[in-house]
Design a protein around this ligand. Structure first.
Ligand SMILES: [Zn+2]
Length: 214
């Protein structure tokens, strides 16, 4: 298993959305609370302003991500083409954040011979909407490593990975200095490119109650 030469962008701050209604075409799954269907045209409005360059939005799932304009400014024109960009407001006032809604995503994969821990609802299948989220535990790799089948990785310098929880930006490492210069607080982790024969799609246990749904 070789390093793909790609990294994945994590988040370093959190913010709350003032109102989740109407953000997804199918509303929210009543069981897991993840959004159903595509994002609607409705823009995100925050209840308060975060500080970080990449922020997760809590309070409902999926955890949407927003990006500071400084980070977005590092995207080339062709990289911007991977997204539709949405303005983000806070209590109705314009902010320096944008949401990047991916046009396409690459799914993470499990690894043959790996464990998929279920404690604290790390790995699960939603009983209602069928969403699957899993954490891969594989000897020799750090906890929560991101595995992608090598044949699913596009030729582009940037693509978007759906890790089951949120859509995250993946970059070739050679592009990362431009983003670190623009947004020094960003968190980058390596991606593991798996030979397709070593990839598998796990079937975590079906859950009908989730810790984050009250
Ligand atoms: Zn669900």
């Amino acid at each position: 298993m070789a390093d793909t030469g790609h990294c994945i962008v994590g988040y370093n701050d959190e913010a709350r959305v003032s109102d989740y209604e109407g953000l997804f075409e199918g509303g929210a799954c009543p069981v897991c609370r993840f959004g159903l269907g595509p994002r609607t045209a409705r823009n995100i409005d925050l209840a308060s302003l975060p500080n970080g360059s990449v922020c997760a939005l809590g309070g409902c799932y999926p955890i949407l991500l927003i990006y500071a304009r400084d980070f977005v400014a590092a995207l080339t024109d062709s990289e911007r083409g991977a997204f539709s960009m949405r303005e983000v407001s806070a209590n109705g006032v314009a902010t320096d954040y944008v949401e990047l809604v991916a046009r396409e995503t690459v799914a993470v994969t499990g690894v043959k011979g790996a464990e998929y821990p279920t404690a604290f609802q790390q790995s699960w299948t939603c009983s209602r909407c069928g969403r699957v989220k899993f954490v891969v535990e594989k000897a020799g790799y750090p906890y929560d490593s991101v595995f992608v089948s090598a044949d699913a990785i596009p030729e582009t310098h940037l693509f978007v990975i759906d890790d089951g929880w949120r859509d995250r930006i993946a970059l070739v490492w050679s592009r990362s200095p431009a983003f670190v210069a623009a947004a020094p607080d960003i968190v980058l982790d390596p991606i593991v490119a798996l030979p397709p024969a070593e990839a598998e799609l796990p079937s975590p246990p079906v859950e009908s109650e989730f810790d984050w749904v009250f």
